[in-house]
Design a binder for this molecule. Structure first.
Ligand code: HEC
Ligand code: HEC
Length: 320
């Protein structure tokens, strides 16, 4: 009698453990298969709504991050997106007025910071792209950048690479890898490059205060700069012409963001100014129709204010 009861008990225990293991496996499988953990950039309340409303997922963004740093995308496999867009320089190319693409060909413009892109309406200095996806195609195909091709170069390389093929299969199933899949994962990575932990943001949220000099800089900025570099993103939504001749806009450009300007020297869209001071002294003469250069004291105050837009967590964090 006693023996049967014991057997019954241990039988139950075995069944319970099996059920337990089964549940753990099921949850684990679900977790592994879940490719839709969305990242919603937790922007602070002083930020407006984004233009790009598509949500990135953690899984796509982390694959995009790997590709962003991989020379596999370029024709001669020497450079990656990150060669020209380095995190420590807020994703600009530090110290280079123009950058070096595939086969050491030089770009025509200075590599810009990549930040808060979901809040931009137009991309590139001349605003020629209106969707984030177009910026990826541009970088891949441009002979002065990656000098590459999706169907003939990148996709065959990804297929031969077992780690990448496995990752693409997990995200998109067993079908053949498509150009749009690569654009999607890279775009999702770009969607995660958001910066709003600067002193300026702390002040906007009532958690810090500007110094006297920063306040002076803010006053000049409000009067002379914010019509084009619109807070809190500090870029312009449309094109701005430096001059109008007849009914033609001359040299129409997007005003770039001033966030993290401390890290992105040299300055100007061709990188002509190694130091911020030299650009600021003459900048409004070129762009805002002013007839006087800024004084040294005004430039110092402006610079102090602009440095409150530096976000050290952005240049060092390792999310995704
Ligand atoms: C050889 C250097 C180089 C490489 C490699 C490169 N870029 Fe760029 N990138 C630039 C330059 C230069 C510009 C500015 C072009 C212009 O304004 O016409 C730019 C502009 C951009 C912009 C527009 C930013 C804005 O605010 O308008 C994005 C986004 C971007 N690149 C993403 C990428 C991605 C993603 C890759 C890799 C797939 C990449 N870049 C590879 C040099 C590079
Ligand atoms: C009429 C519009 C306009 C006004 C006003 C204006 N800017 Fe600009 N700013 C631009 C444009 C367009 C560019 C890009 C072209 C260039 O670099 O020359 C630019 C570029 C810059 C850059 C270089 C950014 C980089 O990443 O290289 C800085 C810094 C800057 N502006 C600061 C200021 C400050 C400070 C003021 C006010 C004193 C100001 N701007 C007023 C339109 C404007």
């Amino acid at each position: 009698m006693n023996g049967t009861r014991k057997t019954n008990k241990s039988g139950k225990l075995v069944i319970m453990s099996l059920i337990g293991v089964f549940i753990v496996l099921l949850v684990g499988r679900q977790f592994l298969l879940d490719q839709t953990t969305e990242i919603d950039p937790p922007a602070p309340s002083h930020f407006p709504n984004r233009f790009d409303r598509d949500r990135a997922t953690v899984q796509r963004a982390s694959l995009g991050k790997m590709l962003f740093h991989d020379p596999l995308l370029s024709l001669h496999q020497q450079i990656s997106c990150a060669s020209c867009h380095q995190q420590a320089a807020a994703y600009a190319d530090p110290g280079k007025s123009t950058s070096t693409g595939d086969l050491s060909v030089k770009t025509e413009r200075n590599s810009p910071t990549l930040v808060n892109l979901a809040w931009k309406k137009q991309f590139f200095a001349d605003g020629r792209a209106t969707k984030l996806e177009e910026t990826i195609e541009n970088a891949v195909l441009d002979p002065k950048e990656l000098n590459s091709d999706f169907d003939c170069i990148i996709i065959p390389r990804i297929r031969k690479n077992s780690l990448y093929s496995q990752k693409f299969r997990r995200l998109f199933g067993n079908r053949t890898i498509h150009k749009d899949d690569i654009i999607l994962v890279l775009t999702d990575y770009l969607r995660t490059l958001n910066s709003f932990h600067a002193k300026y943001d702390e002040v906007m949220q009532g958690r810090a205060q500007f110094t006297t000099q920063e306040k002076e800089g803010l006053e000049i900025f409000t009067a002379a700069c914010q019509s084009c570099h619109v807070p809190p993103l500090f870029h312009s939504q449309g094109l701005i012409a430096s001059c109008r001749s007849g009914n033609q806009d001359i040299n129409a450009l997007v005003a770039p963001t001033l966030r993290n300007i401390e890290f992105t020297s040299p300055y100007g869209y061709t990188g002509a100014y190694p130091r911020l001071d030299s650009l600021l002294i003459v900048h409004e003469i070129q762009w805002a129709g002013s007839s006087y250069p800024r004084t040294v004291k005004e430039v110092a105050a402006l610079k102090a204010f602009l440095y409150t837009l530096s976000d050290h967590s952005f240049t060092s964090n390792t999310a995704y």
